[in-house]
Design a protein around this ligand. Structure first.
Ligand code: SF4
Ligand code: SF4
Length: 374
């Protein structure tokens, strides 16, 4: 049923409350069920003979897999291990809630959570093969194409020779988030790797941090071979650093939203801030971001690793009500600062932060902002 690793983590979390205050989902719903502890308790009860029911399955899907709990855990436990396996169990027992089943069906039929068949990004004149391949991901291809378009425009202005796959397959990341890391997900990841290899890529510049973390972590663990993989933010920061692009500076105050997988899973907090600084922005850090607290030993005492997630494409499709609440909560963090401009550097964050922008506030994507300053 559950792996030894999942059981060990669930047994540790089931009576622990230490990270409950950081769970963005629980902070929207106020429901005990949504804490990492409650999920751990349910998994440990399943292991002790309780039967999974629909309510338990719903609990497993009311989670962003954002890793705030894991990052805050001073004892090193990881609720994501048993939450993912809880989803696999829900699939095996045919208990997946309708709101999640709809998204799984779309991912299996079209490779994206929207069920879209036609990407919205204009790739006219963009080569389909080459040594530097830009991997856009589903959110940028279907929901926020302006973010993809902005990145491509920046690369053109920098004189980078790049290619984009017109029929970019699913990475496997989103299906893995929905059903756990099972064989079907590995098969999707292998197809993605084959498409990347067929394009002749030696470097993949990945725009969506969910895909990037999946390529660098899960695919690596599974022995799926990929060329060098870098985030779009790190790649663009390097273009600025080397003088290949010089942004126009504007003196304004902004705050930056650390997307969970970019900041926590990939540890990338400096590159987006460097890009903002190159544009002349004064950065006012959001609640729970302590600029100078980068000592890993201090990670439970306030740092970027505690950044509150604002939602995800999958949550937007599964539970628009919850996604709206997550978005609204992130703006309450903005309103604690002197800034009214919230910048993100990830297409899924851009999509989530556009759901409900309070009056007087503004959200911007980092790449869109930069492309307008070149
Ligand atoms: S992740 Fe750590 S802090 Fe959170 S409930 Fe589990 S053991 Fe406690
Ligand atoms: S991964 Fe995020 S949303 Fe899920 S239980 Fe942990 S803190 Fe909550």
């Amino acid at each position: 049923m559950f792996s030894e690793k999942a059981k060990k983590n669930a047994d540790a979390c089931r009576f622990c409350y230490m990270c409950r205050h950081l769970c963005p989902v629980e902070l929207v719903t106020g429901k005990e069920n949504n804490t990492p502890r409650a999920k751990g308790l349910q998994v440990s009860m399943l292991e002790r003979g309780m039967k999974m029911d629909r309510g338990c399955a719903v609990t497993m899907y009311e989670c962003l897999l954002c890793g705030a709990c894991t990052a805050d855990c001073v004892t090193g436990f990881d609720p994501l291990v048993f939450i993912r396996e809880g989803r696999t169990q829900a699939v095996l027992e045919d208990l997946v809630p309708d709101f999640a089943k709809k998204v799984i069906d779309r991912l299996e039929a079209t490779g994206n959570p929207y069920g879209a068949t036609q990407a919205k990004v204009d790739l006219t004149g963009v080569p389909q093969a080459g040594e530097t391949l830009v991997w856009l991901g589903n959110a940028a291809r279907y929901a926020v194409p302006d973010v993809a378009q902005a990145l491509l425009s920046i690369l053109k202005k920098a004189g980078v020779a790049f290619a984009v796959l017109p029929d970019e397959p699913a990475s496997g990341c989103e299906l893995g988030d929905m059903i756990g890391h099972v064989e079907d997900v590995r098969a999707q990841a292998k197809r993605a790797a084959q498409a990347i290899a067929a394009a002749g890529a030696k470097k993949v510049v990945v725009l969506d941090s969910h895909d990037c973390a999946f390529f660098l972590h899960e695919c690596k663990d599974w022995g799926i071979e990929l060329p060098e993989v870098v985030t779009a933010t790190a790649f663009v920061a390097e273009l600025i650093d080397s003088g290949r692009i010089v942004p126009r500076k504007v003196d304004e105050v902004v705050s930056y939203h650390d997307a969970a997988r970019l900041a926590r899973d990939l540890g990338e907090t400096d590159a987006p801030r460097a890009i903002l600084a190159a544009m002349g922005a004064q950065l006012h850090e959001l609640y729970l971001n302590e600029k100078d607290n980068k000592n890993p030993a201090n990670k439970a005492c306030g740092s970027f690793v505690r950044a509150r997630e604002c939602g995800s494409s999958i949550m937007g499709q599964m539970r628009p009500d919850l996604a709206k609440g997550l978005c609204e909560n992130r703006y309450t963090d903005l309103l604690r600062t002197d800034s009214r401009i919230l910048v993100s550097a990830d297409p899924q964050a851009a999509e989530a932060l556009r759901l409900s922008v309070p009056e007087g506030c503004e959200t911007r994507d980092l790449f869109v902002m930069l492309s307008e300053r070149l």
